[in-house]
Design a protein around this ligand. Sequence first.
Ligand code: ADP
Length: 479
Amino acid sequence: MQTSKKKKVLFAASEVYPFAKSGGLADVAASLPKALAKEFEINVILPFYGSIDVEKYCIVPLQLSYVIRMNQKNYEASLYGCSYAGITYYFVKSPCISEKEYFYGPPDQGYEDNAQRFTLFCRVIVELLKEDQAYSILHLNDWQTALAALLVKEDKNLQVKTVFTIHNMAYQGIFERSTLEKIGLSPHYFNMEALEFYGDINLMKAGIAYADRITTVSSEYAKEIQTKTFGCGLDGFLRHHQNKLQGILNGIDTEVFTPETDPFLVQHYSSENWKKKRENKKDYLKRSALKGINKPLFVFIGRFTWQKGIDLLIEALDKTAELNINISILGEGETAYHQKLEKIALQHSHIHLFFGYKEELSHQLYAAGDFLLMPSIFEPCGLNQMIAMRYGTVPIVHSVGGLKESVHPLKEFDPKSKKGFGIDFDESEAKALLQAIKVSASLFETSRYKKVSKHNMNCDFSWSSSAKKYVKLYHELEQ
Ligand code: ADP
């Protein structure tokens, strides 16, 4: 009998579901390691934020503590751990990380010491790797972890290979030049090949420059970020490193997101008993002020930020009054958007607004909705559209990035295909979104709607195919 020891992988992210989540990164940092666990011994490491529920997840101290010195200042950190859904999780606790209310900062701003907070996180990761040399791969995600790629490369005693995944180019960890000293790095990193970025320092560049391989969350986005429009100032740098860049579409955790067993739903359903989906809509309408079970319900779930197409949404919303539809919006984000949306919701009885981050309500909305609105200006991958399709809620998407890759135009609908379908639009304009809403409202009147909704529910949005690409990549790195 052949017994092969599994390779050890450390997966690092600044948020991981269910411990800490503000967006799709947390979902991916939970579901991808789970999908890879058959093939590798994979442990996940994240910052120990104050909001993490220690008792619920039985998180215990591991008797491992560190004193990290940066800029003549000692930062104390200690490691905690737990086992959850078959995976071992490590949490990095330190006053500057754990004694703050938010993960990254209050709405509209980041904490002043974010560079120190996340560098500390990276430095503890490296300490852990030094203690346990059995790790062969370190998988880093987004700028908060990017510096670890540089620290590993510069440590001649470490053999571990690094993968850096870009979830969103819009967040790069840009700080003033003086921060270099504050995070304990030598001034020689202030050059174009390393961290220098238009006179500042850019921590994402550490991941791009020093990681052995770079991935991003869809093939479309991998192409887009090498262009001026989507590269957020790093397109040239990415083109320079393109030989190690590849796009791998994210998947969703189909055990968490499944209308057959989702504990948050009032009524479970599947494509076989599709009619029962309506009970969720009925329940939601009863709880909100919205009226009319026969009107299509359009839902938006997401961060209120430019990227998500909120400006388009706001402009289009005003013009939806004459349509026989309901709209429900769940999200939080920039104050200016809150104010604008609140004003619109007060003026229109067919629009219901819910501010905040509500995991439970989001699941209920995916189930209650007939259509999902996703007018993102750019979208690296996007998970909402995949979750929506799994719940039979037909997505309306701006055809860009991961949305283009995962939602196929309805005009090409083929019931035999394994792809998911939705209503897409090309122009990033309110009138294009409005037109897509009108097309959707008409579709809802026809029997085709049910066909598309049921078809999407049976598509595979799990990690099964994308995880194989990561398995291949990890194996390639070891050779
Ligand atoms: P992002 O750019 O925010 O990461 P994604 O589409 O990749 O966007 O992932 C968003 C994830 O966050 C999905 O699981 C979505 O359901 C969830 N989500 C976003 N906003 C909220 C909210 N206000 N309440 C609950 N869940 C939310």
